[in-house]
Design a protein around this ligand. Sequence first.
Ligand code: SER
Length: 316
Amino acid sequence: MKRILVTGALGQIGSELIVKLRKEYGAEAVIASDIRSVDNEVVHGGPFEILDVTNANQMAAVAQKYNVDTMMHMAALLSARAESNPQLAWNLNMGGLVNALEVAREQKLQFFTPSSIGSFGPDTPKEATPQDTLQRPTTMYGINKVAGELLCDYYHSRFGVDTRGVRFPGLISYVTPPGGGTTDYAVEIYYEALRTGRYTSFIDKGTYMDMMYMPDALQAIVDLMEADPSRLKHRNAFNVTAMSFDPEQIAAEIRKHIPAFELNYQVDPVRQAIAESWPNSIDATAAMREWGFKTTHDLSSMTEDMLQKLRTTIMS
Ligand code: SER
């Protein structure tokens, strides 16, 4: 990875990935791109291009202009937004991915794109969900993710593109809020705990989902991209996770710092149904074995760090 083009750079993952990559590989080596521009570190801290991922020619031209050797394709709609506009989700999630893979094929780029726990469905084993198992998702987002996993495998086996990817769980961070995901409650809860001392969850108690703290997710991307390809039996859809909890457990953890914190429920049937179609906890041993995947944060250390960092943001 010497020159890296990142799509969706202003999104939930992209905005922090850019900062990390620029730190590790140099500011000029990381070309951030997004369909819109804002006044922030991502746009001003190094090269930035406006790029609509559904425009194949524009994407090829940007990759060419900077002579990149790596593409990280992060632009996508998350699960709940995809469910509210499935046609747009298909066009953006699949159209963008095909365009990105074509640029990678033509310009011989190493390639990363994230899949998700959303690629699993109601018939998938719920506990210790294996790396290779029945998927059959029932959401548009999940259908996009499974198709994407297969397409990335195909571009590797058919065209020799060095494609790599993980199935991310819900990602929690204090920088850019997710927006439109099913796991978003686990981010909102921290903001509201600090702002108002209470949170009304749209996900019901007893609903378990996998989660990971953003610094661990970013490190996983770098580690997988730097991994020795001869060790990779899988390539594009490694299960990765750091923890699994339900709303009651995250609330209990928050109460260790904010004892009066109150959690209430107003369940959103759409997002609840999505959550129930996903696993409770996935098995990440293939990622550990094949490229040394590891995490440094559990629910307790993440909660401590989130509250500390957010307190500074909210108060400033
Ligand atoms: N956090 C994502 C979502 O909820 C999962 O991939 O859509």
